[in-house]
Design a protein around this ligand. Structure first.
Ligand SMILES: [Zn+2]
Length: 277
C-alpha cells in the first residue's frame, strides 16, 4: 500500500504530503512533538509521523475542515488543540463533502484529477475499512497562546476568514508561520447570502494582523501544495482584499475543476471570495 511522503524542511521540522492532496507538518521540540493538521485520513499518517521522532505527540489543528482533521482518529489518545470557533464545523457538511469515508471518497474523486491523477486508485485503497469519523474532543487554543514543545514554542494567532476558528502557528526557532488555509496559493471564502462582504472584511483584518507580524517570520508552511512559500504573498492578499472592498478590483465567476465561484487574482494571490464549491 502506498504511504504519504515525509521530508525535512527545516531543523526538526518535517512536511508530510498526503499524496499531493493536503499537507501536515511535524514540529519536534526537546520534550514533545506537534503534528499540525492530520490530513484526510488515508492510510496511517501516525506511522509516517513516528518514523522521524520518538517524542510523544500533541495535535495542533489549523482549522476543522475534513481534509485537515480527517486523520484525527489516529491521535485520539493525544491532546488535540483547536480554536473553539471551529467546533460547530465538526457537525457540518462543509462544502457538501460529507464526513467519514463518504468525504474521503468524494475528496479523492474531486481533487485527485488535479492533484494526484496517477495514483488515485492507489490512494482510494488506503481508505480505512472501519469508516472512522472526523469528530474529536479538543482543548481551545486562542490568540497569543503559546504551545511549549521544550526548547521550542509555537504561538497561536487567531486568523478568522477561511473559517471562524482558523489559526496560524508561529515558530520562532525556524521563522516559519504554519498558515493552514488562512494563506496559501489559493484561498476560499464562502459566498454569503446577497454577496454580503463581511467575510472579505473579516479576512482583510486577519491579513492586516498577520502582516503586522511579518518581522517575526520569513516563510509560510501552507495547507496545500508548497510546502514553503514566501511571506510576501500575504501582502498580495492584503492588496487584493483591500481592492475588492473599495471597488478598485473586481473578479469574475469561474468554474475551474472542482472549484466554482467568484475569483480575483493579484500578484501571487488567488482568492475565491464568493466561493460556491
Ligand atoms: Zn480549509
Amino acid at each position: 500500500m502506498i504511504r504519504q511522503d515525509i521530508k525535512e524542511i527545516a531543523p526538526a521540522t518535517w512536511w508530510i504530503s498526503e499524496f499531493g492532496l493536503v499537507n501536515a507538518f511535524v514540529v519536534e521540540g526537546e520534550a514533545q512533538c506537534a503534528i499540525i493538521d492530520t490530513g484526510c485520513g488515508y492510510g496511517d499518517i501516525r506511522v509516517v509521523a513516528e518514523s522521524v521522532t520518538k517524542k510523544p505527540f500533541i495535535v495542533l489543528m489549523t482549522h476543522a475542515h475534513p481534509d485537515h482533521d480527517g486523520g484525527i482518529y489516529h491521535f485520539k489518545d493525544c491532546q488535540i488543540y483547536m480554536n473553539d470557533d471551529d467546533r460547530s464545523l465538526l457537525e457540518t457538511n462543509v462544502f457538501g463533502l460529507g464526513s467519514g469515508n463518504s468525504f474521503r471518497r468524494t475528496y479523492i474523486e474531486t481533487r485527485g484529477p488535479a492533484r494526484c491523477p496517477d495514483i488515485m486508485d492507489e490512494v482510494e485503497k488506503t481508505i480505512p475499512a472501519d469508516n472512522p469519523d472526523c469528530n474529536f474532543q479538543s482543548i481551545n487554543v486562542d490568540d497569543g497562546d503559546v504551545i511549549n514543545l521544550g526548547g521550542r514554542t509555537l504561538e497561536c494567532i487567531h486568523t478568522p476568514g477561511h473559517s471562524e476558528g482558523s489559526v496560524c502557528y508561529l515558530d520562532g526557532n525556524t521563522r516559519i508561520l504554519f498558515s493552514g488555509d488562512t494563506v496559501n496559493n489559493s484561498i476560499i471564502l464562502t459566498r454569503l447570502p446577497d454577496n454580503n462582504p463581511s467575510l472579505i472584511e473579516k479576512y482583510h483584518k486577519t491579513l492586516e494582523k498577520l502582516w503586522s507580524r511579518e518581522k517575526d517570520f520569513d516563510v509560510l508552511a501552507i495547507g496545500h501544495g508548497g510546502p514553503l512559500i514566501d511571506k510576501s504573498i500575504i501582502h498580495d492578499y492584503l492588496q487584493l482584499t483591500g481592492g475588492l472592498l473599495d471597488g478598485s478590483m473586481t473578479g469574475m465567476y469561474e468554474e475551474s475543476g472542482f472549484r466554482k465561484g467568484d475569483v480575483a487574482r493579484f500578484g501571487k494571490a488567488e482568492l475565491w471570495y464568493h466561493c460556491d464549491a
